[in-house]
Design a protein around this ligand. Sequence first.
Ligand SMILES: Nc1ncnc2c1ncn2[C@@H]1O[C@H](COP(=O)(O)OP(=O)(O)OP(=O)(O)O)[C@@H](O)[C@H]1O
Ligand SMILES: [Mg+2]
Length: 263
Amino acid sequence: MLALTGLGKTYTGGVQALSGFTLDARPGEIVAVIGGSGCGKSTLLRLISGLDTPTAGNVNINGETVKQPHPLINLIFQEPRLLPWLSVRDNVGFGLAHLSRAEQASRIHEALCRVNLEAYGDRLPKALSGGQAQRVAIARALVTRPEVLLLDEPFSALDALTRETLQQHLLDIWSETRATMILVTHDIDEAVSLAHRVIVMKPWPGRILDEIVIAQPHQRAGSDFDRVGAQVRSALDRSLSASAPAAHSKTRPQHSLVLETSP
Ligand SMILES: Nc1ncnc2c1ncn2[C@@H]1O[C@H](COP(=O)(O)OP(=O)(O)OP(=O)(O)O)[C@@H](O)[C@H]1O
Ligand SMILES: [Mg+2]
């Protein structure tokens, strides 16, 4: 169980990127987080992953406070961040040095099979397409069998067709591993078609504006998909107009600051 309580981050220099962010994600739940640029989504994931420390509140997994990168939590970035001089196999196995060679080989094989790249172990990253490279990054994140996968716009740099294939692929992986996933995205359709719940954030400081529960099973089209998509779009519109940094606020009507549905 992943529990975020009153999570806040004020960076050195005073930027309050996140404030009072409270969320419980059930085991196996997929939570999409959507919001305008700069509203604190990546900050949120970095805090959950333990790569950065909160200035308020805490992150808890199975009753344990996360204070540094945690073996049960892995983060996948927008770009694959593979080491160019290592083969696909060695990239995937990079964090497994503490295991026996046999266990490493078996974990790497399992992770590469999950992303359908078992035949690509000997390749170097430069010989992969963008979609394949991102699948290697997903395999690298799966290799430690995490309970929580954090995904920071993982498909946004890919073309539409590859994106859709990998979205479906992520659902297949989820149905095999039942990992809890926190998926940051700018794409409303992606949020609605993958998540069980969509959190819409608002900026300055980043916090939760609205939460929309998605009826299961997932759909990729149809009237329910359109209706929920419209709900998320409307919340996102409110988020984008809800507040502006001080430098911009002179040109905006003051009443736009109170357009919100939840604290
Ligand atoms: N290391 C840092 N030091 C100071 N300010 C930072 C730092 N990292 C992020 N910020 C600021 O914190 C705020 C939130 O940034 P963050 O990267 O979390 O936003 P985001 O929602 O992920 O944006 P995007 O959608 O563009 O990726 C922004 O105002 C950003 O400039
Ligand atoms: Mg970001």
